[in-house]
Ligand binder design. Structure first.
Ligand code: FUB
Length: 297
């Protein structure tokens, strides 16, 4: 389904939001929400690929609600990608349920499970904004929620879980977009607070001893920088930069510059720094994205 090249080639400057990133075959693959629709009304998900986060290729539409996904037709939001066992699993929001689709390549074709993985009303809060984290022992965890955050280990098929194992939290200021990453023996839960239509939409974080907490709040990680014209910084993903170094990338969206708002957002990439004391250095949002080339193998 790939191949369409539109202007600008970079997703930076397009109306995209809620980024998720994976590295496969020497390239980054980015899965965002397609923005620019009133009420976040997108009906499909697209992928983009790059070797350095600067020069991008549009890989085209990879999953269509109402066509590839038969149980929901509207509100394609907040995809999250993971590679496991040589396959790619795309978790996504559709009509405020969470779905999952599987493919053999990062650009599809993705095959939907055929029903929601988390249906509206299954758990407290709103069933949106999935994210995934694979721990060093090989267990992959799914996180999601608006109003209440949830986390659960996925079964080995990556498309099911035991509902009795779901752990729920309401972190300080929690709105949505919970995600977990690990640095050495410390786990980090980060999430968005406020409303994505507000300039104050921002990222907060907590630390814990395991992928399901318990979590200790550590404050704001990323917020607006009005002096530089940057507002609405949130719904992020965190990824270790490929290579031998201890460098980390935070991808997030902000109001597009110029003239953006909560329905016209754009994606940015910055460095994320882990301090020796285990806290995260607050991110100073840049106007232009970092370049993070994938080293040759
Ligand atoms: O992009 C649609 C919604 O806006 C997402 O689900 C939220 O996280 C917010 O970014």
């Amino acid at each position: 389904m790939g191949g369409v090249i539109a202007e600008p080639a970079s997703p930076v400057g397009r109306h995209l939001a809620d980024p998720s990133l994976v590295v496969a075959g020497g390239r980054y693959y980015l899965y965002p929400t397609t923005d620019g629709h009133p009420g976040w009304g997108a009906t499909s998900f697209s992928a983009y690929s790059s070797s350095d986060l600067v020069d991008w290729r549009d890989e085209g539409v990879v999953l269509r609600l109402g066509v590839d996904v038969r149980w929901a037709a509207r509100h394609a939001w907040a995809p999250a990608i993971v590679e496991r066992h040589g396959a790619f699993y795309l978790y996504f929001t559709a009509e405020q349920n969470i779905g999952v689709a599987r493919a053999d390549t990062p650009t599809g074709p993705f095959e939907d499970l055929g029903r929601p993985l988390v249906a509206a009303g299954d758990f407290p809060g709103v069933a949106i904004d999935p994210s995934v984290f694979t721990d060093d022992d090989g267990v992959t965890y799914l996180y999601w929620g608006n109003g209440v955050a949830h986390g659960v280990p996925l079964h080995d098929d990556l498309m099911s879980f035991d509902p009795d194992q779901v752990v729920s939290w309401v972190p300080t200021g929690f709105r949505e977009a919970a995600t977990v990453h690990r640095h050495h023996d410390r786990y980090y839960l980060s999430w968005s607070e406020n409303d994505t239509r507000e300039p104050d939409y921002r990222v907060r974080y907590a630390v814990g001893p395991g992928p399901l907490g318990p979590w200790q709040d550590r404050g704001v990680l990323l917020e607006k920088s009005p002096g530089r014209g940057i507002v609405g910084t949130g719904h992020h993903t965190i990824l270790r930069a490929p290579g031998d170094g201890d460098r980390w990338i935070i991808a997030y969206h902000r109001f597009a510059i110029p003239g953006g708002d909560g329905f016209h957002r754009e994606i940015m990439f910055d460095w994320l720094v882990h301090r020796p004391d285990g806290d995260l250095e607050p991110v100073s949002p840049a106007r232009t994205p970092i370049r993070a080339p994938i080293p040759p193998r």
